[in-house]
Design a binder for this molecule. Sequence first.
Ligand code: NAD
Length: 283
Amino acid sequence: MIKRVGVIGAGTMGSGIAQVASTASCIVKIFDLNQGALDKAKTSLEKILTRLVEKGKIDSIEKSSIQNNIRYVNSLKELSDSQLVIEAIVENLEVKKKVFKELEGYVSSECILATNTSSLSVASIASSLEYSERCVGIHFFNPAPLMKLVEVIPAIQTSNEVLKTTSETIKSWRKTVAIAKDTPGFIVNRVARPFYGEALRIYEEGIASFSEIDSAMKEVGGFRMGPFELMDFIGNDVNYTVTESVFTAFYYDPRYKPSFTQKRYAEAGWLGRKSGKGYYEYK
Ligand code: NAD
């Protein structure tokens, strides 16, 4: 039974993952280099849980216990007693490898080290470790507390035991597990690339506007959000980086070619909801 969980990165995903694990009664330590990110994660959890209490989904005792289960820490070393650490920092292979290598010096040899990467090779991240069989991908979707599906990705180095413990742990957190091989984009992000890419191409060819494309996909396609709403929700910077990474990893297969429109939006800081402007305006 995994009881002590470490989370690295208190951004969009790390803060959500910490909430999921603490709701499942784990003791969670969350670390971020940036104190502001830790403060923001704490404040936003308070808001989320208050809303859940107001809606009658949890009571105030549950709210306190979820909050009390989470410690916000300032050094990686403080994760040393974890049985499972989930990394959710910037999507950069070299940075992730460096953090995993340092982390291995603090935790016990049994501790499972997981990455929430969307598009990088888990095998490559695992290669930074002395005991690479303990490394696995645990890919949550945004927002982690609401999205049921979690992809679990064994690298070629991952032991069967680590895969089994990881899958059982994630299921015990009331998530649905899909095991996928360690290939770029795994399942959902690979299928999603042409969804965003083709929508951007339709816009670039002047066939329809953002809102026309979104509305068509929602009304006829049955999607809850259109591709542009979804890109604004995820963040154009994050979404563009994933597309570029999948495109490169598939040896520049044109099916996954990134879009200049999205690149310019990301460069302009028109990131979507989080910056107040993306394909739409957010007040
Ligand atoms: P984010 O930018 O919201 O948060 C990243 C956090 O990591 C920041 O708070 C930053 O200060 C911190 N950080 C950066 N380097 C660090 C380091 N060396 N040590 C400790 N903290 C560090 O990013 P995010 O959207 O939460 O994405 C995190 C990871 O999850 C990425 O690998 C991303 O690909 C993946 N992911 C993102 C989504 C999504 O929809 N945003 C979905 C699934 C997976």
